[in-house]
Write a protein that binds this ligand. Structure first.
Ligand code: FPP
Length: 264
């Protein structure tokens, strides 16, 4: 097949999947564990960092696609607290890549009315990364379109520890000896305060793990795991994940609609 013919057929496939989507039943918050950059590169006998570079393009595609579908919240797991265990050269490359992304994409993000947030222990990131994060979050703070949360130096357990400590501080500082914690209070003190919980969690590259990502928030999320490696996660692959989500029956521990009616 010639290149232009294969391009055309992938465009057609994209179009076909898009037409199948029910615009009224899209998730309101998609969280993504972008995994498989290293393997994508290794399979091509390329250095791992080439996979990360290709991963940035997939992130761009996912952001653009979610924004154009009108999805209100997208959270991307870009760097976990555990990622510090990687070789220094790979960590330095990832930091440079993220900075490059923040700088280069900021005008487009802003133009598209996207509000950028960064979640994680950002105070432990290098100063220059923090400066880029601050610029991006401050400049887009007033935007009213999609919320794009990028998880950087993020860990789900650390987020819960930080939330509990914030609550304890408030209790101590206000002399609230009889205060009790409830779910709402915990949610309000997470890095994701103000965002709805994800209703769809996507993980690429086939691993069946949640890897310390949004542990509290994914309590009721539908989980979609695909063998596709992150750099190959195209617009069409995202549509496939959304179609799969739309086939699921979300019960939150209750009964199926049909069964409800029979039992009533
Ligand atoms: C997993 O691949 C990916 C990461 C460690 C995160 C890096 C993500 C990007 C570069 C995407 C860009 C994101 C933004 C928001 C611009 P891996 O190295 O764990 O792959 P492997 O499991 O195959 O080794």
């Amino acid at each position: 097949m010639k290149v232009h013919e294969s391009l055309k057929s992938s465009d057609l496939e994209e179009e076909r999947l898009l037409l199948e989507l029910d615009a009224d039943r899209l998730p309101q918050h998609i969280a993504v564990i972008m995994d498989g950059n290293g393997r994508w590169a290794q399979r091509r006998h390329l250095p791992r960092v080439v996979g990360h570079r290709a991963g940035v393009q997939s992130a761009r595609t996912a952001i653009e696609t979610c924004a154009s579908l009108g999805i209100s919240n997208l959270t991307l797991y870009a760097f976990s607290m555990e990622n510090w265990c990687r070789p220094k050269a790979e960590i330095d490359f990832l930091m440079r890549l993220l900075r490059g992304y923040l700088r280069k994409e900021l005008p487009t993000i802003h133009r598209n009315n996207i509000r950028m947030l960064v979640i994680g222990r950002t105070d432990q990131l290098p100063d220059e990364v923090r400066a880029d994060i601050d610029r991006a979050t401050e400049q887009t703070a007033g935007n009213t379109g999609m919320n794009l949360a990028v998880a950087l130096n993020y860990g789900g357990r650390a987020e819960l520890v930080d939330a509990f400590n914030r609550i304890l501080d408030r209790v101590r500082n206000n002399g609230l000896a009889n205060a009790r914690v409830d779910e709402e209070m915990i949610s309000r003190n997470l890095y994701t305060a103000g965002l709805p919980d994800p209703d769809l969690l996507i993980r690429t590259s086939g691993e069946m793990r949640v890897s310390n990502f949004l542990l509290w928030q994914i309590a009721y999320a539908e989980i979609y795991v695909t063998e596709t490696l992150w750099p190959d996660f195209s617009r069409a692959k995202l549509y496939e994940a959304l179609l799969d989500f739309q086939k699921r029956e979300r019960r939150y521990g209750g009964l199926a609609q049909e069964r409800h009616r029979v039992m009533a």
